[in-house]
Structure formats: C-alpha cells, structure tokens
Design a protein around this ligand. Structure first.
Ligand SMILES: [Zn+2]
Length: 158
C-alpha cells in the first residue's frame, strides 16, 4: 500500500519500500513495510510472490519477553509442512540410542538432539539421579526464545 496523496497533510513519515532477496528462490523483491509480518523470534518476514514461500528479512527486531510472547506467533514450527525432513522410526531409534549411550557414558543430566532440517527432537533427563532416564521424543515441535529480564529471579527450587 502506498499513499499517493496525503489528504490530511500530516507530517507522518511515508514508509519506504525496500528490496530484499528471497532466501528460498533468490528473487529480488520490492517490499512495502505493510507487507511485512512478524514471525519466528520476532523477525520480519514477507511472502515471496515468485515462489510463494515465506522469506526472512535482515531487519533486526526485539525478542519478545515472557510478558508479551505469543504462541504460535513467536515460535518456529519444525514440521514436514514447513520443509523439515521426516525422520523414520529407525532413524529416531538410532538417535535415541546414541543419546542414551552418551548419557550413560558421562555425567550429563540432560541431552538433546535437534536439527532444523529434520523433525527429530529428543530430550533425555536424569534429574532424579536414580538410574531412570526420562526420554521425550518429538517429531513436530515449536521452538522460540524470550529476552531475559535482568530483574527476573531464577527459580532455584525449594
Ligand atoms: Zn522466493
């Protein structure tokens, strides 16, 4: 959207278009500010009219905080529909065994495997230290971040 003539004659700054290169297809696209939308980690994205895919701009924005984070707006959804490679049950079993072996061979209490190009996310914890390892396996997950507030107190347990 462009203002051809500002009938109110306000001093409002007319937004400028800017050129971006689509990270998906490499096309150069002229994008108006009102064609940008906020996405993963609060970054600004546009929908490429050439390939139809969402492309991130290099415009730096603030990370959300715990007080204004919104789901799913501020999260990246890793799933097959967003281009991640589906991990077979056999591949997932290999990842689980590799991580579990690592847990038994070192003193780590937590471990995980994530690869943005695949749907696999495995989390292993041994918080009780009683020899039982809890394993969480995700094949479709959301991931996000918030900016820490230096005034927030960390929970240190009872
Ligand atoms: Zn494109």
């Amino acid at each position: 959207m462009r203002i051809v003539h500002n009938n109110l004659e306000t001093q409002k700054e007319i937004p400028k278009t800017q050129e971006y290169v689509c990270v998906e297809c490499g096309s150069t696209i002229e994008v108006d500010p009102d064609e940008l939308h906020e996405g993963w980690l609060g970054a600004l994205y546009f929908i490429c009219p050439v390939c139809g895919k969402e492309s991130m701009t290099d415009i730096e924005t603030e990370l959300p905080t715990k007080d204004n984070i919104e789901f799913p707006k501020h999260f990246n959804h890793t799933c097959v529909d967003n281009g991640a490679v589906d991990v077979s049950d056999g591949e997932m079993q290999t990842i689980i065994r590799r991580l579990a072996t690592g847990m038994w061979n070192c003193t780590n209490e937590m471990n995980y495997n994530t690869n943005e190009s695949s749907t696999a996310f495995v989390f292993i914890e041994n918080l009780a230290g009683d020899g039982e390892y809890r394993i969480i396996v995700c094949k479709d997950y959301w991931e996000g971040s918030v900016k820490a507030n230096p005034n927030d107190k960390y929970y240190e347990g009872d």
